[in-house]
Design a protein around this ligand. Structure first.
Ligand code: PRP
Length: 224
């Protein structure tokens, strides 16, 4: 039965869809959080789920939106990739714990035939397609490269072949997506992994209930 209203004591945990969630779920289980069965049902359109813990529910949102829900206090806890946190740099988001899963790297990639004769040290002006325009701007500004960053929401591996740009900035895990699209890594920007995030104001007003989950997950990650 649907509740009329959340109690101020209830906690909401925002989880991203996809790969990060798959790798984080075993950690949540080990910490004592078991989502309702519907959470794992393929094709489910549900977005909010109960758990075995009274007063703790889970919402499932897009990875970039996890940081936004937590930053505005709509969810008190969340799991977000460090790539997402680097892109937004929300002051209200505190990331106390590296969950050490969903590891990947942020890279610059370009078509293999271009890479064979290209020297990144000689770039002075480039155009890049990316889901991460802020990271891109900061990275290239620090390198003294003038960069035009075109925001895409996915499938940016298509962009070089369609002459939208010659290079992309994206996260790479296995490297299969780059390879399938004839691209190779030419510059490393950062190593990334999933982080537990907390809304700073909520942590001040509810240090015990939020601190409990931070510590339980810390023990799981540390293998204690
Ligand atoms: C990421 C990224 C690449 C892919 C890389 O997308 O944008 O497309 O994963 O992984 P690989 O190196 O193992 O091939 P993701 O699957 O997270 O989906 P999204 O584009 O919907 O964010």
């Amino acid at each position: 039965m649907k509740k009329e209203q959340d109690s101020p004591e209830d906690l909401l945990l925002a989880l991203p869809k996809g790969r990060v969630a798959d790798e984080v779920l075993p950690l949540l289980r080990a910490a004592g959080i078991e989502p309702e069965a519907e959470f794992g049902r393929p094709g489910s359109r549900k977005l909010r789920f109960t758990t075995n813990v009274p007063g703790l529910e889970i919402i499932r949102v897009r990875s970039f939106d996890v940081a936004t829900f937590v930053a505005f206090g709509a969810a008190q806890l969340g799991v977000a990739g460090s790539d997402v946190l680097m892109e937004f740099d929300y002051q209200e988001v505190y990331a106390p714990l590296d969950l050490r899963v969903a590891r990947c790297r942020l890279v610059v990639a370009e078509p293999a035939e271009l890479a064979s004769s290209d020297d990144p040290d000689r770039w002075s002006h480039i155009r890049v397609a990316t889901k991460y325009p802020e990271i891109c701007r900061r990275h290239f500004a620090a390198r003294g490269v003038q960069a035009e960053c075109i925001k895409l929401n996915g499938a940016m591996e298509l962009a070089p072949g369609l002459r939208l740009c010659r290079r992309i900035v994206d996260v790479v895990d296995t490297g299969r997506t780059l390879q399938a699209n004839g691209l190779v890594e030419v510059e490393h920007i950062a190593d990334c992994s999933a982080r537990l995030i907390v809304n700073r104001s909520a942590l001040k007003t509810r240090p015990e209930s939020l601190g409990l989950w931070i510590e339980r997950l810390r023990k799981v990650v540390d293998g204690a």
